[in-house]
Design a protein around this ligand. Structure first.
Ligand code: OGA
Ligand code: NI
Length: 368
């Protein structure tokens, strides 16, 4: 009898999820329709909900902000390397300013992604589909069918490299800006990765040679107004799987980063870009850098929160098909903290379940 009840609940949930997905309206469509309560499949479990903290209430610590103006000055670079190293180790997240991208470009990029999401249903729904891994995909909750509770965001996703879609496949509303942003953000990522490599005592170009910037996915997220922000989340707590992530956000708050037992609000710094360490960097650095959990609260502002995220992944793995801590970082005093693993294991872990999946890192940690 009990089992039957559970089945019935699951069935209804799946039906509701599917109807929502097939409507292609996204949460932006639900929000614009003026609903005052959210569908049940968006409601998160009591534990997740009790752990929500509205932004800007009791923040004391914040993630570091690092000024990159003088990275090419021999006098300043070592200090900047130290700052980046310490931030990547202790927070896993930092903001960079004076990164070389004109402020006007940041604004244009956010506005273009916003414009995409604000298009009428007839235009936007043409792009709505679920085919991950290459090309262009617009959908609500990339992991909609893999998670236990959906979150209050829609995303446009463009796999920029190694197989870039035809430019015409990128929606016109943000086409030029997406292409330009990919170039700008990649340059920033490469600069920051050089600093991070040096922080590990490696050649600056080490991660570039490992092809960290040759596999990139760009996501333009939209977190529209949510009528019940205390019952769901904008994006579930997760760690990013790749090497690093570059994140551009508008002024609407909501991003939070785990630090010890606390959730820190990431206040948008005007002109700043957020960088965070992904699982692959924690692993390849043999635990020197930290990939931390982060989440976005459901948006209680009338205005949509927009973020544009680029994930940098390895395009080529080692000749033997494995990835793991870099050999030059290992010694008898510093034995590997993680075992090697295959690309398939990595992908299965990511696409196997929702982004709330137990991190790959926990699975490959060598227990002493
Ligand atoms: C992500 C993510 C945060 C944001 O896409 O992995 O953490 O602010 N996004 O959109
Ligand atoms: Ni993330």
């Amino acid at each position: 009898m009990a089992a039957k009840n559970i089945d019935a609940t699951l069935y209804d949930r799946m039906k509701e999820v599917k109807e929502f997905d097939e409507s292609k309206m996204g949460v932006k469509g639900l929000s614009d329709s003026g609903i005052t309560s959210i569908p049940q499949f968006f409601i998160h479990d009591p534990q997740t909900l009790s752990d929500l903290k509205p932004p800007y209430k009791h923040t004391t610590t914040t993630i570091p902000t690092i000024d990159l103006s003088h990275i090419n000055s021999a006098a300043h670079r070592p200090k900047i390397v130290d700052q980046v190293k310490s931030a990547a180790k202790n927070f896993g997240f930092f903001q960079v300013t004076n990164h070389g991208v004109p402020v006007s470009v940041l604004g244009e990029t956010v506005n273009a992604v916003k414009a995409f999401h604000e298009q009428p249903h007839e235009v936007k729904s043409k792009y709505y589909k679920r085919e991950e891994g290459k090309g262009v995909m617009y959908a609500s909750n990339n992991d909609l069918y893999r998670t236990t509770a959906a979150s209050w965001h829609d995303s446009l996703q463009v796999w920029m490299s190694p197989e870039r879609p035809e430019v015409e496949e990128i929606p016109e509303a943000c086409r030029e800006e997406v292409v330009a942003w990919d170039l700008h953000a990649t340059k920033v990522a490469e600069d920051v990765m050089e600093l991070l490599s040096e922080g590990l005592g490696l050649e600056g170009r080490r991660f570039k040679e490992l092809t960290f910037s040759d596999k990139r996915a760009l996501l333009g997220h939209c977190y529209p107004y949510c009528p019940q922000p205390d019952r769901t989340v904008g994006i579930t707590a997760h760690t990013d799987p790749g090497i690093i992530t570059v994140l551009l956000q508008n002024h609407v708050p909501g991003l939070q980063v785990r630090h010890g037992n606390e959730w820190l609000d990431v206040k948008p710094v005007p002109g700043g870009l957020i960088i965070n360490v992904g699982d692959l960097l924690q692993i390849t650095s043999n635990g020197e850098y930290t990939s931390v959990q982060h989440r976005v609260l459901a948006n209680s502002w009338k205005e949509a929160r927009i973020s544009v995220v680029i994930f940098f992944n390895l395009s080529k793995w080692r000749e033997d098909g494995y990835c793991g801590p870099l050999p030059e970082l290992l010694s008898p005093e510093k034995p590997p903290v993680y075992r090697d693993f295959t690309a398939q294991e990595f992908l299965e872990n990511f696409y196997g379940k929702g982004i709330d999946t137990k991190s790959l890192i926990e699975k490959i940690t060598i227990k002493s």
